[in-house]
Design a protein around this ligand. Structure first.
Ligand SMILES: C[S@@+](CC[C@H](N)C(=O)[O-])C[C@H]1O[C@@H](n2cnc3c(N)ncnc32)[C@H](O)[C@@H]1O
Length: 380
């Protein structure tokens, strides 16, 4: 079945001209000859166009990694550690375009050109002169330009840092980011016209990201709530530490030991609601889980801030509390535990209850409405 047929079957094609755009801009033409697929070690291996696996991926509703480690595969045997550019999952692209809610004549800025497919869909829908797209990686941007030429489209492409927006092309009716942010760049609010919309994956490196939709008011302040989950790679300057996490955990430091009765399985899943909320309350903490190789079901959560603090919690099935170790200047588990307890005491809010207010010089997370700000009271 064709990709469009598959999307149709899953009712993933929104109204509003996107079906015609999909026909005009076949995604397959935007998938490079070499893509990167996960291997059993969790690393990424190159797969070429003549491989069956390439074909299968290109025809599926999945994200496809198109660059690893900023173009220089960092693991042994030419494998990659981290995807640094991708062709996003088609149904997610369409969900975002639907949420962007464009109208004829709108001018749109996209951050993260990547393969160029999303820019192509926008250009087919609104007209190429109304679309601007920024990509930070020159090689990725060059490939996107060539991909777009294949379908006869040439939206305005910029190689640069999307956090600066495109002042020469502003104001925009819509800004859509296809790379995630923790802090919404002020330029996005100043370059969106009053009444316009900013749509971006937003969250924290501790947890996954949600799709945030902000409306820009007359005074330039933007408010909005999370619409649901949307997993994306980070914009380059906001991503967490790259490479092996073990180098951020110095187990020779003196440790404090304790026990916790927090049900840590609530924090295991990267997309868990508890983890999303906790991530909003604890600055710059990263978490990795290491599972026992036997079938005991035991695992350890390793937490680190990449500044010298770390903590570990050992999960054992059936136990009512778990041993904790903490080292370094911060007490990372104490912070996580306090945030988790806040989440429980606040009725376990899901990600859709959180929102954000952005001004030129500040950003405030809130629960349910801007008059319920979250206060970062949790650092010990
Ligand atoms: C998920 S991909 C984008 C997918 C793309 N929109 C598509 O249709 O295939 C994210 C892209 O954002 C780019 N990126 C990361 N940080 C950026 C930044 N600060 N400014 C512009 N692009 C950035 C990455 O290089 C990557 O190509």
């Amino acid at each position: 079945m064709s990709l469009v047929g598959l999307l149709d079957l899953n009712c993933a094609i929104p109204r509003g001209g996107w079906r015609d755009a999909l026909t005009r801009v076949p995604r397959r033409l935007f998938i490079p000859d070499t893509i990167w697929l996960p291997d059993p070690d969790g690393l990424l291996v190159a797969v070429h166009r003549d491989d069956e696996a390439w074909e299968k991926r290109a025809a599926s509703d999945v994200a496809i990694a198109t660059q690893v480690d900023d173009g220089a595969p960092a693991a042994r045997h030419g494998r990659g550690r981290t995807a640094t550019s991708s062709a996003s999952q088609p149904s997610l692209v369409l969900r975002m375009l639907d949420a962007l809610d464009v109208g004829d004549g709108d001018r749109v800025l996209e951050i993260g050109t990547g393969s160029g497919w999303n820019a192509g869909l926008l250009a087919a829908r609104l007209g190429e002169d109304r679309i601007t797209s920024i990509e930070v990686d020159p090689e990725v941007a060059d490939q996107a330009r060539r991909n777009l030429e294949k379908v006869g489209l040439s939206p305005h492409l910029i190689v640069g840092d999307g956090a600066e927006g495109a002042p020469d092309r502003a104001p925009f009716d819509r800004i859509i980011a296809t790379a995630a942010v923790n802090r919404v760049p002020p330029a996005w609010t100043t370059q969106t016209r009053p009444g316009g919309t900013i749509l971006t994956p937003w969250g924290t490196p501790y947890a996954s990201t949600g799709l945030l939709r902000l409306q820009v008011g007359d005074d330039g302040t933007a408010h909005g709530q999370v619409l649901g989950r949307a997993g994306f790679m980070w914009v380059r300057e906001q991503r967490g530490p790259m490479g092996a996490w073990g180098k951020y955990v110095d187990t020779s430091l003196p440790v404090d030991t304790a026990k916790t009765s927090v049900p840590i399985s609530d924090l295991l899943d990267f997309g868990a609601p508890a983890r999303f909320a906790v991530g909003l309350l604890v600055p710059q903490i990263y978490q990795v889980d290491c599972h026992a190789e036997d079938d005991s079901g035991e695992y350890t959560l390793w937490l680190f801030d990449a500044q010298g603090s770390w903590a570990s919690v050992d999960y054992q099935p059936g136990a009512s509390d778990y041993p904790v170790e903490q080292a370094g200047p911060r007490r990372l588990w104490d912070e996580i535990q306090a945030a988790y307890q806040w989440w429980v005491a606040t009725d376990r809010p899901g990600r859709e209850r959180f929102g954000l207010t952005v001004t030129v010089d500040s950003q405030q997370v809130w629960l349910d409405s801007p008059d319920r700000p979250l206060t970062p009271v949790l650092q010990s």
